[in-house]
Design a protein around this ligand. Structure first.
Ligand code: SF4
Length: 328
């Protein structure tokens, strides 16, 4: 346990947590919505500070990040807890629990990352990293000092002040924009949309950002809603890659898997506004990156991944700048 950052002490041993927009007012002995911040005698503690639930070397494409050192591998780690309760959560066994996981220190994690071959850094993922804040903040600072990259895979539901304090140590984020209505965020995720939009805007000014939308059958799969997400993203930067991910039934949601035709139509709709749109979770579908100017395949994703079509961050064929960070 570690004393939490971003909270205020109130009367009667209550505390107000300001880490995320839930702003939980927690009585003595109680926990916040995320389950991993507990008020003990008027002091707020992070319960998951030194706890890890999963660790593995993953392809960077799995985060998904398609424009951040394509084909590389990254040590991926997660803890427990989440400040959302998405009814379709793929990782509910770690996100919706506060059960103790294995112990780890930030130094241990960075040491492990440094000892892996061909590893570009650390991805904080699997559960929501923003509510693992104290650990992620310390580990990312240390990792940066050692020359490692830091990646957040996040729901973006974090308050502005802690976000801005963390971003200087973060290289890339994949942020979920789960839908484009407050109703969806409230009913399906027990969250809010506006703070997530704010996170995308702030992060994209400082770091490499890609966005993921899980297209859920009958809930957020209208072309109007997909178009709204893409149009809004393009108002920030039409180069931000959008991953339209296929939904499969899980946890508490049993709608049918997203039809392939819906995903293809959604991609075409989003491409009216954005330069890079991908379909995720669909085996066998072309996920190469094409130059938005000359349409050449600049990053090929077949059995192997190659970004040989890029030179100094530009299309090798026409010189168009390609959004992201590449190996050439
Ligand atoms: S981080 Fe947890 S305790 Fe703090 S406001 Fe968010 S849900 Fe509540």
């Amino acid at each position: 346990m570690k004393e939490a950052m971003y909270y205020k002490k109130l009367d009667d041993n209550r505390v107000l947590c300001n880490l995320c927009p839930h702003n939980c007012n927690i009585k003595d002995g109680g926990k916040g919505v995320c389950r991993v911040r507990e008020n003990i005698s008027g002091v707020l503690y992070s319960l998951n500070y030194d706890r890890i639930s999963a660790i593995a070397m993953d392809p960077i494409e799995k985060k998904p990040l398609y424009h951040f050192y394509p084909g590389s591998y990254i040590l991926s780690a997660g803890s427990v807890g989440c400040n959302f309760k998405c009814s379709f959560c793929q990782n509910y066994s770690i996100s919706q629990t506060d059960e103790a996981a294995d112990e780890i220190t930030p130094e241990d994690l960075v040491y492990t990352a440094l000892s892996q071959k061909n590893n570009i850094g650390i991805a904080y993922t699997y559960n929501e990293p923003s509510i693992w804040y104290e650990f992620v903040y310390e580990a990312s600072k240390l990792a940066r000092e050692k020359g490692l990259k830091n990646v957040l895979v996040t729901n973006g539901f974090i308050s502005e002040e802690p976000l801005k304090k963390l971003l200087p140590f973060i290289d890339a984020l994949n942020i979920d924009v789960k839908a484009f209505t407050e109703k969806y965020y409230r009913d399906v995720c027990k969250g809010m949309l506006e703070p997530v939009k704010r996170t995308v805007m702030i992060a994209s000014e400082k770091c490499h950002v890609e966005v993921t939308t899980l297209v859920v059958t009958d809930l957020n799969d209208s072309m109007d809603e997909i178009g709204q997400i893409a149009k809004w993203l393009s108002s920030i930067n039409r180069d931000i890659p959008l991953h339209l991910s296929r939904y499969f039934p899980n946890y508490k949601l049993y709608n049918d898997p997203t039809p392939v035709n819906t995903l293809i139509a959604a991609k075409e709709e989003a491409e009216k506004y954005l330069n890079y749109v991908y379909i995720g979770n669909l085996w066998g579908y072309d996920s190469s990156t094409y130059c938005p100017n000359c349409k050449a395949a600049v990053v090929k994703r077949n059995d192997e991944i190659s970004d040989n079509g890029i030179s100094n961050g530009k299309c090798r064929f026409c010189g168009q700048k390609i959004y992201g960070r590449f190996n050439h």
